[in-house]
Design a protein around this ligand. Structure first.
Ligand code: ZN
Length: 83
């Protein structure tokens, strides 16, 4: 009997496929910690020198990130599927 089950079914059902297009936040919205407001994305964009730069894009109500970074946070890959 050759009941060997194939390894790696190759599921191509990526959850990111159903996500609508979200525009990447402009770097013009970037701000520093001192200027960061409550409704600005607090995703750390860059750490130039001693000043931390945040995304600064407008966030959705109840969220700490703009839609762009919010998606990044929630779809962060836990383990790479590199065969
Ligand atoms: Zn952001």
């Amino acid at each position: 009997m050759y009941g060997s089950c194939p390894i790696s079914p190759g599921s191509s059902h990526e959850p990111g496929g159903a996500v609508s297009e979200i525009p990447e936040p402009s770097s013009r919205d970037q701000t520093s910690l001192l200027k960061l407001r409550a409704q600005q994305c607090r995703f750390i964009g860059s750490d130039a020198g001693s000043e931390t730069i945040f995304c600064g894009a407008p966030t959705s109500p109840g969220s700490s990130w703009c839609p762009w970074h919010r998606r990044l946070v929630y779809t962060k890959p836990l383990s790479p599927r590199l065969a």
